[in-house]
Design a protein around this ligand. Structure first.
Ligand SMILES: *[C@@H]1O[C@H](CO)[C@@H](O)[C@H](O)[C@H]1NC(C)=O
Ligand SMILES: *[C@@H]1O[C@H](CO)[C@@H](O)[C@H](O)[C@H]1NC(C)=O
Ligand SMILES: *[C@@H]1O[C@H](CO)[C@@H](O)[C@H](O)[C@H]1NC(C)=O
Length: 777
């Protein structure tokens, strides 16, 4: 036996070497060392917290039991320290992936094998697709790229995205990051994108997402008020009815692994120090399975800038007692130990926070040893910026672009007749403008000029040096170009110098002299003039809508890395536009009686306050929420829908009269799973071009002082070929979507006639309490 040992073991060594080399070339990402529980480390590999076979809560408990107070405190911050004693490495919690892996946070760095990542359209554009499967598909791609970058040592696994604040005020610089003004659309986006990011593997997480900024947060810097000092005065009704809706959906339906509290105060209490918001609502009622993180330095901000507590230790103790688990910023690392020494906080309170953060790290597999053994451990540089990923970014832009006006119709252009196109405007050849804020480094760009260049000969003129457009020096050359081309495409609008984090807009008009450029060019154009707008927030372009020389208007939002290719495909009809506005386009005068600091959603007649969003504002608009045209025509008919829907009551409440107030049933007293409201529609494409169409169903509840005049209750996107008809079944969740919130913040289902609107058809359905007879006694 001994005689055969030597040759076979050396052969075995060669075999091992080959295996290793093969492994290295196959997994270039093996650069990353295990975060903890390295199987080669004899001191830890057998400890219970490293044992993959044990339930996670047990492993977490074991680990916490081994940590000293100082070690625990050092784990309460985004830049969590290493615990060398237990072979646990340091970890940077802060990464971002709003619409592609981003390098806004310190956790992600591009370079080396990872020069860039797929840059999807900004969220407001993607929202305009009203396509929930697209939102989830983008999340899947982004998390593939995120895992690949993590494996390569370039990124973390905890992403503080998406931003699900309702786009309350059109001036908000970060409205572009959100899915718009409708709470249900925002919540559906949140749940879909989070599912895409976090994956679908039970309790395990592909990456951990985070819904932010909780809550009633959507002001950056307006008229001397900034987000660090803003106290949002919000009614219980608006919180329940509007601001909390997306967060609740994100936690309950999206099962998000994290929620971030905001900088501002809500009704005098900083959100990160409010136990009612964090401990009671997010964790208690919605049952967050994950961690609550502060916005970056929120705790320091409420101590230093808001002077909410008199000592730093009280600020630290208040945060943790309120339910905060992780501080983005150094504050908790600096002051929590003293807070314990002063008996403002118990060590068990800190354990409670660590349970939540460590749980997420374990669900991510960070304590499972070798990262390459993880189900996504094989992802590497070859999985980033793949042709398929870039194609999805292109597809998302095409689905999100909105056709606002098409006179004649003049669109689509024809590559046969429009041989020469003048491409004019400050955004006509932009690249990084197209990805908006909270972006990363794109794989590559196609600018509008380049995109249009694929269809026609182009004559390019900037018209304005930049979006500020202070001077008219370049107008003459732009006018000449329009005079000499078969068609003119003006690409104008905004960029991050006008709307961004720290930067709210002052008004809604095009900046500087852009409007003048547009009108002068349109007046001189030989062919049709097409206005393409790039912006996150709405722009008052009533002048262009009313100008007959401007044939068509297209809103591209911030369309991402492939934006120019998508714009060109839409303009030349290779793609049929199907996007719809996820927010109201208000006229400039709307702002007259509307301080940005006023949070109320409902109008007030006494002071001329107009109210906010299509749900409550009834004045004139430039374009309404949901507006968006197509090159074809869609006709809806209702095939079947109930005229009466019974609302069965929970037995315990069938007799009392607390349930019925103003003829409305408390949602918590209704048997919601026994209620069904299904509508069968037929959607017909009567035109000659295939197209995708979003069916939006709005409901007008019975009149009452708390109800919005209408609200979106369902939406569904379908593809219908030319001259074809498709059936569409829509189920409306009555408790969630036909309910309204009373002035004490209680959600009730109003009884009586609800009018459902689908396009221009209307259907009335009467909601009736199933045990009304019993109650009448
Ligand atoms: C358009 O932008 C691209 C990419 O930034 C640049 O290479 C090109 O020179 C620009 N074209 C014109 C006509 O300015
Ligand atoms: C029922 O309503 C009446 C009138 O609003 C009120 O006075 C009474 O206390 C209520 N009864 C119960 C059991 O809540
Ligand atoms: C929604 O998006 C997905 C992913 O891009 C796409 O496959 C699907 O066709 C879209 N749905 C419609 C109706 O356009």
């Amino acid at each position: 036996m001994a005689s055969t040992t030597t040759p076979s073991s050396s052969l075995f060594a060669v075999f091992l070497l080959l295996l290793l080399l093969w492994g290295v070339s196959r997994h270039p990402s093996e650069a990353r060392e295990p975060f903890a529980c390295d199987p080669k480390d004899a001191t830890t590999r057998n400890l219970p917290f490293c044992r993959v076979s044990l339930p996670i809560p047990e492993r977490v408990k074991d680990l916490i039991g081994r940590l000293t107070l100082q070690e625990k405190v050092s784990l309460l911050v985004n830049n969590a320290a290493a615990v060398p004693r237990l072979s646990i490495k340091g970890y940077e919690w802060w990464s971002e992936a709003l619409h592609g892996v981003s390098n806004v946070g310190p956790g992600t760095k591009f370079g080396g094998d990872f020069p860039g990542a797929t840059s999807f359209p900004q969220v407001i554009t993607t929202a305009a697709s009203f396509n929930a499967s697209l939102w989830e598909a983008i999340g899947r791609v982004v998390s593939d790229e995120a895992r690949a970058m993590y494996n390569g040592g370039k990124s973390g696994l905890t992403y503080w995205s998406p931003n699900v604040n309702v786009f309350r005020d059109p001036r908000w610089g970060r409205g572009q990051e959100t899915p718009g003004e409708d709470p249900v659309v925002v919540g559906t986006y949140a749940a879909s994108y989070v599912r895409g990011l976090q994956g679908n593997d039970g309790n395990r997480l592909k990456v951990a997402a985070c819904c932010k900024h909780f809550t009633a947060y959507d002001l950056d810097n307006w008229n001397g008020v900034d987000r660090f000092h803003f106290n949002a005065k919000v009614s219980k009704q608006d919180i329940e009815d509007t601001f909390d809706v997306p967060f609740k959906m994100c936690v309950k339906e999206g099962k998000v692994a994290s929620v971030m509290c905001s900088y501002n105060q809500v009704n005098g209490v900083p959100t990160c120090a409010d136990p009612n918001l964090l401990r009671k609502t997010v964790r208690g009622v919605w049952k967050l399975d994950g961690y609550i993180v502060s916005d970056c330095d929120s705790v320091g901000v409420y101590y230093d800038q808001q002077h909410y507590t008199s000592t730093a230790e009280e600020a630290a103790a208040d945060a943790i007692k309120a339910g905060l688990d992780l501080d983005c910023g150094p504050f908790l690392a600096a002051h929590t130990e003293d807070a314990v020494k002063r008996r403002l906080l118990k060590e068990t309170d800190i354990n409670g926070a660590l349970v939540n953060t460590l749980n997420v790290q374990m669900r991510l597999g960070m304590f499972d040893g070798e990262p390459s053994a993880h189900p996504f451990g094989n992802l590497g540089p070859k999985d980033v910026c793949t042709p398929a990923h870039q194609e999805l970014a292109f597809e998302a832009a095409k689905q999100g672009i909105v056709l606002l006006k098409n006179r004649g119709p003049s669109l689509p252009l024809s590559a046969r007749r429009h041989l020469t196109v003048a491409v004019i405007g400050p955004n006509s050849n932009v690249t990084d403008t197209m990805i908006g804020n909270y972006a990363g480094v794109a794989c590559g760009y196609t600018s509008p000029l380049q995109g249009i260049g694929r269809y026609a000969r182009t004559i390019h003129q900037q018209g304005c040096a930049n979006v500020a457009c202070a001077k008219d020096q370049l107008f003459g050359a732009a006018v000449d170009a329009a005079r000499n081309a078969d068609a003119t495409v003006l690409v104008v609008g905004l960029d991050q110098s006008v709307e961004a984090e720290f930067r709210d807009r002052a008004g809604l008009l095009l900046p500087g002299r852009q409007q003048e450029l547009v009108s002068k060019v349109a007046a001189a154009s030989k062919g049709p003039t097409i206005l393409v707008l790039m912006s996150g927030g709405p722009i008052d372009v009533a002048f262009a809508h009313n100008d007959p020389r401007i044939s068509a208007i297209v809103w591209a939002g911030y369309p991402g890395q492939a934006g120019g290719a998508a714009i060109a495909d839409i303009l030349f009809g290779t793609s049929n536009p199907g996007g719809k506005l996820p927010m109201t386009w208000y006229p400039q005068e709307y702002l007259k009686n509307l301080p940005m600091t006023a949070m109320a959603m409902r109008p007030s007649q006494s002071n001329g306050y107009p109210g906010r969003s299509y749900r409550f504002y009834r004045g004139p608009v430039v374009y309404p929420f949901g507006h968006g045209m197509s090159y074809t025509k869609f006709v809806h008919t209702i095939a079947r829908a109930p005229a009466v829907v019974a609302i069965p009551l929970d037995g315990r409440h069938a007799r009392g009269n607390t349930t019925l107030s103003g003829k409305a049933i408390r949602v918590t007293h209704a048997k919601c799973n026994k209620i069904s409201l299904g509508i069968d529609l037929q959607v017909k494409n009567t035109g000659s071009m295939d197209g995708s169409h979003t069916v939006l169903i709005f409901s007008s509840p019975p009149a009452g002082h708390w109800a919005p005049h209408k609200q979106l209750v369902a939406f569904e996107k379908i593809h219908v070929p030319a001259r074809a008809q498709q059936p569409l079944r829509i189920n409306i969740h009555v408790c969630k979507f036909l309910s309204v919130v009373d002035s004490s913040g209680i959600r009730r289902i109003p009884l009586g006639q609800h009018d459902l609107h689908v396009g221009d058809i209307k259907h009335s359905v009467s909601l009736q309490a199933a045990t009304l007879g019993v109650i009448k006694s």
